[in-house]
Write a protein of this length. Structure first.
Length: 432
């Protein structure tokens, strides 16, 4: 099932031609209307009218989150405010918010892109879509909302939080599609199990999860607990919001909406493109956005591009799941470690619960990492011997697969904090 087959299944040649034309008009637009880009192009000796091939893009300067902050709030808008019909902002965990805007046309395109992703999961006009992302400055709620309305689904704009009410609505309103972060999906599933709710009696068929990194093991856990098809969708407010990329039913990588964005993958140190299929930082250039175009925006998100065609028939290139952010990366004794690697290992070990927290502290000059893992009740209250065995087993797996030693502490079920939005997995006390 496609939402826009002509675009989603375009030949590479046609797509690249379209991308080039759209890139040319975007460069013209930003050079004309955004002093920041005009200045940057001038400094780098770039003639925005002189682009005749896509790979010439590499001469363009990157844009970073700091550039967005420096131009707070509206400095990078390419249209007057009277043409802006919506403003969102992303707070992030550090510093000043970044503000993004949309014209009427941007909102239409955005809804279409989200419609593609919902359709690719199997969601259609007969579905009842419960959107448990926050509505507000965060792009999650409204972004998914407009896409779901576009396909004609019945949308329940419940927003985030209030788990008991979410569950009641899930039952009473016969929700078929749940949209939220993967960690919240798990919290809903666990709460329903505690409440002795028969999951099989629900109407739930699909779940579209995103907004934060999650592992394949977590997908399996969600699928098993909720009995649904669970797809990953990715996006970021600076580029648009949800709908930048999303999985089809193959559940094997996220199709990027390449007719709206040009993607590159770079080495975050050298800033050069990585070899095809290698892991690197995603960089996006928007090529249809009117209010807030971005040129070579460094996302800090790490993923790889998948070269093989997808059996769903879509030709839009796929990216792997995002394994983490360059700024989430922990450097422990010189080794780069991502929380997602730890998650994958923990989920694979029997006796642990899918809830964990990574504490980073500094002892003298050395970083010390402690992984807190919830364990099933039977083990927690079991003899010390069993607990110790499990702890040693986890330590060993982490040491072999990460290449570093970390401390492991087993904690009782439900002791770690639960999140209604994006989960916070790392507590870095070095910065406090
Ligand atoms: O999180 C947009 C979104 C909302 C996407 C709902 C999907 C669903 P921001 O708040 O600006 O926007 O945060 C963007 O979240 O750079 C990634 O680090 C992370 N992220 C988003 N989706 C995924 C995902 C929204 N599927 C930041 N997998 C991005 C991993 C994700 N990380």
């Amino acid at each position: 099932m496609y939402w826009d087959k002509a675009k989603e299944c375009m030949s590479r040649e046609d797509l690249e031609q379209l991308q080039l034309e759209r890139l040319q008009s975007t460069l013209y637009r930003v050079a004309t209307h955004v002093p920041f880009y005009r200045k940057k192009f001038k400094e780098s000796g770039i003639n925005p009218d002189g682009f005749s091939a896509l790979d010439e893009m590499r001469s363009l300067p990157f844009t970073t989150k700091d550039d967005l902050r420096d131009n707070y709030p509206y400095g990078l808008f390419a249209v007057p405010l009277r043409d802006v019909v919506r403003v969102h902002a992303s707070s992030g965990t550090t510093g000043m918010a970044t503000v993004v805007g949309y014209t009427k046309n941007d909102i239409k395109n955005w809804a279409d892109m989200v419609a593609r992703i919902l359709t690719a999961t199997g969601v259609g006009a007969d579905d009842v879509v419960q959107i448990a992302f926050g509505y507000g400055l965060f792009t999650g709620g409204f972004g998914l909302h407009y896409g779901a309305e576009r396909i004609g689904a019945s949308v329940i704009p419940i927003s985030s939080g209030n788990t008991k009410r979410q569950i009641q609505i899930l039952q009473d309103f016969k929700t078929t599609t749940l949209v939220c972060t993967p960690s919240y999906a798990l919290l809903l599933a666990d709460t329903m199990m505690e409440m002795d709710i028969n999951i099989n009696a629900l109407s739930l068929k699909y779940g579209l999860f995103g907004g934060e990194p999650w592992s394949e093991e977590m997908r399996t856990e969600i699928k098993n607990k909720l009995g649904i098809i669970a797809t990953d969708n990715y996006g970021l407010s600076e580029v648009m919001g949800p709908g930048v990329a999303g999985e089809c039913r193959e559940c094997n990588g996220l199709h990027i909406n390449e007719d709206h964005f040009i993607v590159e993958v770079i080495d975050p140190q050298s800033l050069e493109p990585v070899a095809p299929g290698e892991l690197g930082e995603l960089v996006f250039t928007t090529i249809t956005k009117e209010a807030f175009p971005v040129i070579r925006y460094r996302t800090r998100d790490l993923a790889r591009l998948l070269a093989e065609p997808c059996s769903c028939g879509r030709t839009l290139r796929r990216m792997s799941r995002v394994i983490g952010r360059t700024d989430d990366m922990l450097i422990i004794k010189g080794v780069n470690v991502y929380p997602m690697q730890i998650e994958s290992i923990l989920f694979d070990i029997e006796g642990t619960e899918p809830h964990y927290q990574i504490i980073v502290e500094r002892e003298g000059r050395m970083d010390k990492v402690t992984v807190l893992v919830e364990v099933v009740e039977s083990i927690f209250f079991d003899q010390m011997k069993k607990q110790r065995q499990l702890m040693e087993h986890i330590k060993k797996r982490l040491a072999t697969e990460l290449g570093i030693g970390v401390d492991v502490k087993l904690v009782e079920e439900k002791t770690l904090e639960r999140f209604e939005g994006k989960a916070v997995r790392v507590v870095d006390r070095r910065r406090l």
